[in-house]
Design a protein around this ligand. Structure first.
Ligand code: PLP
Length: 226
């Protein structure tokens, strides 16, 4: 079942890339495995999945030792500062850095452990009250401070688009974030690259890819409803 779903998602990614004139090698599929049992993750692994996304630190660190070591774990959910030390060195990328204080905490903990931490800044492009993330107008100021951190490296931006019936409704959101990332990237800021654009979920990943996503986070589409 997971095999079929995963294959379908891969085919749809391929088709979206083709439509957008992009190579599918530019797009990483993150299998969002939150709440799902190890057996299902193993099944996805056996079908070639190597990037897994979790939204809770506890779940990520408890699943990690149960699965092969070549899996790249992505922290995609809101991260509390008191959980940071547990996730440093475990997640290859923290997608959900939504405040300066959190970035500072990651810097402190990474330094303490002698490790590096790659992060994305989460942007609340749609300005939803219910969502975490920087407002668009706050991002640049945050980047100008975080760039000076020696253990934290900004690799790009992430957004969680609104829940909509028709994915076309989110096209503008993705386009906005892409343009913004291009703009920041063109400034060649030290210790900051904009290579990663983490956007698109089960309902809208094809549109996100058409608008420049380099990472899509798909849960339901692979593992079924939660
Ligand atoms: C759960 C989750 C996803 C995956 O959502 P689906 O709609 O199941 O694909 C993606 N990103 C984040 C941040 C999530 O928490």
């Amino acid at each position: 079942m997971i095999k079929t779903q995963l294959e379908e998602v891969r085919e749809r990614i391929e088709a979206a890339c083709l439509k957008a004139g992009r190579s599918s090698s530019e797009v990483t599929l993150i299998a969002v495995s939150k709440t799902k049992p190890i057996s299902m993750l193993k099944e996805a692994y056996d079908c070639g999945a190597r990037d897994f996304g979790e939204n809770k630190v506890q779940e990520l660190i408890s699943k990690k030792p149960e699965l092969p070591e070549d899996i790249r774990w992505h922290m995609i959910g809101h991260l509390q500062r008191n959980k940071v030390s547990q996730v440093i060195g475990k997640a290859v990328l923290i997608h959900s850095v939504d405040s300066l204080r959190l970035a500072q905490q990651i810097e402190t903990e990474a330094a303490r452990k002698g490790l590096e931490a790659d992060i994305l800044l989460e942007v609340n492009v749609a300005r939803e009250k219910s969502k975490y993330g920087f407002m668009m107008e706050e991002v640049e100021e945050a980047i100008m401070l975080i760039k000076n951190f020696s253990h934290v490296h900004i690799k790009g931006l992430m957004t969680i688009a609104p829940f909509v019936e028709n994915p076309e409704e989110n096209r503008e959101i993705f386009k906005k974030l892409f343009d913004f990332a291009v703009d920041i990237g063109s400034k060649n800021i030290d210790n900051v690259t904009m290579d990663v654009l983490s956007m698109g979920m089960t309902g809208d990943y094809e549109v996100a890819i058409e608008e420049g996503a380099t990472m899509v986070r798909v849960g339901t589409g692979i593992f079924g409803a939660r």
